[in-house]
Design a protein around this ligand. Structure first.
Ligand SMILES: Nc1ncnc2c1ncn2[C@@H]1O[C@H](COP(=O)(O)OP(=O)(O)O)[C@@H](O)[C@H]1O
Ligand SMILES: O=P(O)(O)O[C@H]1O[C@H](CO)[C@@H](O[C@H]2O[C@H](CO)[C@@H](O)[C@H](O)[C@H]2O)[C@H](O)[C@H]1O
Length: 453
């Protein structure tokens, strides 16, 4: 990418509104895969912090406001905070391609062209160099594991994946996840893998370096970890197996065992006193269902049937104790490298408040997430392969039971409630991000509401 222009002196001290940049970002943000508020118009865009991280590269935290929707924790007006790394240059270039955001008309950047600098290899290199040396830049702090030596000069590439954040791969050695939607607090994707490795659990790639901010609140902004270069994710492997008409139960069983390993390590790393409480869980699930049905009217006819799954929770036994869990477990979050399964992305469901994602939940929630994922995979092919999904689900639970010492299949009521809750989440997720996929969780909703199995 051609040389960037140096940002005008004094820029980081300017507090005046940047109307033209704001207008450009209001148009650009909703078109990004990682933008969470696609179903609501961005009514206002506020600049929360701006730091000139490198010459010609601005680190921004912006607040995209949607009136009428409360923000997590209520600390900010309704909406979400996003992290951007903007490149600023004198002239546009066709080589900017998808990275181009536009030309700013007014304020301190007037006349300059801005682009998403994560697409720019030079910016990516600078970011890795910054992570290799602990220190601060304005409100940003960079840290690394003193026992790890990240080499200089690794060639970066931006991952082109269906993801909720943006990831850069460096020389097939490391992967840096740059969180896009920022919430106050430590991100579990930094907190959890490190704690698991300290427990002797090697099913997770441990953080090697990370960066955080202290303004306008303390938050994790990015995490660098080893890249499992020869790995395939579970989703890709499952779809290949389905296309070839292959059995997937051996892998599913091993995945069940891997999930149990991670759960056992999580329970040791984050001891939790209180047992799970089905009544409170049922209330929370019912509230989530009602909120989702409000946003996605197609859910409404199924609400009474789905509510019975949550009501039945109150008569179930408490099940395994609540503990820290993965929170968003599905086939895309597991990588098979060599003969082993690894688990990645401990962020939890991105739309839930961080405090909720970092609290204790039933491990059944993760199991239900993975069971739903086998169903998702089986529905990618016509004719639909319910038998394939059923066999995988059985094998996964058997693998889990063999390692964990309790069998998810014997917790029918719990599993039904958690699967229903997960399917409701998926309906909302697909309605917001991939409306074409909505029929996949809707088919499960119909099954769970009508037949309850
Ligand atoms: N340590 C890793 N090694 C190899 N590939 C990885 C690693 N971490 C993530 N990936 C790849 O990057 C993709 C996105 O990562 P993920 O953590 O799920 O991001 P997001 O939270 O943005 O969805 C994964 O599906 C996987 O293919
Ligand atoms: O971006 P994340 O990986 O954190 O998770 C979000 O996106 C997932 C899709 O990319 C979504 O998962 C759903 O679709 C998967 C197939 O693409 C399927 O395997 C999962 O079972 C299904 O939930 C996930 O829900 C969402 O949080």
């Amino acid at each position: 990418m051609p040389k960037t222009a140096s940002v005008r002196p004094g820029l980081t001290r300017l507090a005046e509104p940047m109307e033209s940049l704001g207008a450009l970002l209001r148009d650009w943000l909703p078109r990004q895969r990682w933008f969470a508020g696609k179903d609501r118009p961005v009514t206002e865009l506020g600049l929360l912090s701006m730091t000139e991280l490198f010459p010609g590269r601005l680190h921004l935290l912006v607040h995209a406001g949607h009136t009428g929707v409360p923000s997590p924790g209520g600390a900010l007006p309704a909406g979400d905070c996003y992290q951007l790394l903007l490149g600023v240059r004198e002239h546009p270039s066709p080589r900017l391609g998808r990275a181009l955001i536009g030309r700013v008309q007014d304020g301190p950047l007037a006349g300059l062209t801005v682009y998403d600098a994560l697409h720019d290899p030079r910016s990516a290199q600078l970011l890795l160099d910054r992570l290799r040396l602990p220190g601060t830049v304005g409100p940003l702090r960079f840290d690394c594991d003193p026992d790890q030596r990240v080499p200089a000069g690794l060639v970066p590439r931006l991952l082109d994946a269906e993801q909720s954040n943006s990831s850069l791969v460096y020389g097939d050695e490391y992967i840096l996840k740059v969180f896009r939607r920022i919430q106050p607090g430590v991100n579990p994707d930094l907190e959890v893998p490190g704690a698991l490795v300290r427990q002797g659990c090697h099913r997770v790639p441990a953080p090697v370096a990370w960066f955080q901010t202290k303004h306008p609140f303390k938050a994790t902004l990015g995490v660098l970890q080893p890249y499992l270069r020869d790995a395939s994710d579970g989703w890709t492997l499952a779809l290949h197996a389905l296309a070839a008409g292959d059995d997937f139960t051996v892998q599913a069983r091993a995945l069940g065992a891997a999930t149990a390993d991670v759960h056992l390590a999580l329970a040791s790393a984050f001891p939790v006193g209180a047992p799970g409480e089905n009544g409170r869980t049922a209330t929370a699930m019912t509230e989530r269902l009602d909120a989702a049905a409000h946003c996605v009217p197609a859910l409404q006819p199924f609400v009474p049937g789905l509510r019975t799954a949550f009501a039945a929770l109150t008569t179930c036994d408490a099940g395994p104790p609540a503990q820290r869990i993965h929170g968003d477990l599905h086939l895309g979050q597991v990588l098979r490298a060599g003969r082993e399964w690894f688990v990645i992305d401990f962020e939890g469901e991105p739309s839930r408040p961080l405090s909720e994602r970092r609290s204790a939940h039933s491990p059944v929630r993760d199991i239900a997430g993975m069971l739903r994922s086998f169903d998702y995979a089986a529905r990618q092919r016509r004719p639909w392969r319910p038998e394939w999904a059923r066999r995988c689900r059985e094998a996964y639970c058997a693998g889990y039971a063999a390692r964990a010492g309790w069998d998810p299949r014997k917790k029918h009521g719990l599993l039904r409630a958690y699967e229903t809750d997960r399917a409701v989440y998926e309906v909302l997720y697909e309605a917001r991000h991939r409306p074409d996929w909505l029929p996949v969780p809707m088919a499960a909703i119909e099954r769970l509401a009508v037949r309850g199995d």
